[in-house]
Design a protein around this ligand. Structure first.
Ligand code: SF4
Length: 82
């Protein structure tokens, strides 16, 4: 079974997905297709290889989530999304 709370370090920040909240809207995958992908269960997950992308676009792609399934912490561990 897939990890329901996968986590990655991207551009020095910590990115978490709460797959139990995702409704598969695709907003995040549209804005950051290098990072996020919709799996066969219609729920988002990380791409196999996640590159560092611009912090601003990463934050935007996560803040746009309608159900707050994406959690972003900055370099100091402070939560900036949602
Ligand atoms: S924006 Fe949120 S609800 Fe939509 S696919 Fe991404 S994580 Fe899921």
């Amino acid at each position: 079974m897939a990890d329901e709370h996968p986590e990655r370090e991207i551009s020095g920040m910590t990115v978490r997905i709460d797959r139990s909240l995702c409704i598969g809207s695709g907003n995040c995958t549209n804005l950051a297709p290098e990072v996020f992908v919709i799996r066969q269960d219609n729920i988002v997950d990380f791409k196999e290889e996640v590159p560092d992308i611009e912090a601003g676009r990463l934050e935007e792609s996560m803040a746009i989530c309608p159900v707050d399934a994406l959690i972003l912490e900055d370099e100091e561990g402070e939560q900036i999304v949602p």
